[in-house]
Design a protein around this ligand. Structure first.
Ligand SMILES: NC(=O)NCCC[C@H](N)C(=O)O
Length: 258
């Protein structure tokens, strides 16, 4: 019986004050955002994922983007140290959640910085984006945390987007997908598939061929359907205004106790 859990964190009352770096600020409707978040969580449930709520961090507007606070590889949790100072208190709740699940915890220490959104796992390979929120020290610490467990850590440049996973994610067969104008160097990935929309670069693997995607990428959904995948679309428009994507709203823990 698969044991698929996903950490999520409910959006807080200050969501609309979330950071924007590469987009202009547009007003966020927090009521609609709460409804979209419920829809995202419902999609996880509908596809066999049990969600575990990370304790709220109501003073942190960006806390809903829980992926940035912790990276899990083979059952070990690495607590991030965000490149954005305002996001650093978010790790406390993430630590409580992973500890309650029995995961051993490592942490990125000062002065290194790392955001979970910069880490893309493809099998044993762990790509880490260096440039925006993650620095050399963060890359080094990720390497020492996960290489002993069999990870091959590959640092890749990120200069055009907020996080590595704003630019690329991976399909179930390991093919990395991205929207070319935003990918620094597609040649670092052994297999790369261009997609026609920026939010089309973000997929969450739900299991089998099912891919959780943003409703804002219909042409990419069509492309992936033609390839035999089954896109599951959710509207996360209010989070997209804050540079969020489907990947950053959860931390998926597959077969944790296998
Ligand atoms: N992993 C992600 O893509 N996280 C999105 C974070 C958005 C948030 N407004 C931030 O700037 O940190």
């Amino acid at each position: 019986m698969p044991d698929n859990k996903a950490l999520v964190r409910r959006p807080g009352p200050r969501l609309a004050e979330g950071l924007v770096t590469r987009v202009g600020r547009t007003p966020v409707d927090t009521v609609l955002a709460a409804r979209q978040w419920e829809g995202y969580v419902a999609a996880l449930h509908a596809h066999g994922w049990e969600t575990v709520e990370v304790p709220a961090a109501d003073d942190c507007p960006d806390a809903v983007f829980v992926e940035d606070a912790v990276v899990v590889f083979r059952g070990v949790a690495l607590l991030a140290r965000s490149g954005a100072v305002s996001r650093r208190p978010e790790t406390a709740g993430a630590e409580a959640a992973v500890t309650a699940l029995g995961l051993p915890v490592e942490r990125v220490r000062e002065p290194g910085t790392l955001d979970g959104g910069d880490v893309l796992k493809v099998g044993d390979t762990v790509y880490v984006g260096r440039g925006g929120r993650t620095d050399d020290g963060g890359v080094r610490q990720l390497r020492s945390a996960f290489e002993p467990m069999g990870a091959r850590v590959v640092a890749v440049p990120v200069t055009k987007v907020l996080h590595l996973k704003s630019a690329v994610t991976a399909l179930p067969d390991g093919t990395v997908i991205g929207y070319p104008p935003l990918v620094d160097d597609p040649s670092v990935f052994p297999r790369f598939l261009p997609v026609p929309e920026e939010p089309g670069a973000h997929v969450v693997l739900l299991g089998g061929g099912r891919l959780l995607m943003a409703a804002s990428a219909p042409r990419t959904a069509e492309l992936l359907t033609d390839m035999g995948y089954e896109p599951v679309s959710v509207d996360i428009g209010e989070f997209e205004k804050l540079e969020g994507c489907v990947t950053c709203l959860s931390v998926r823990l597959r077969n944790l106790y296998a």
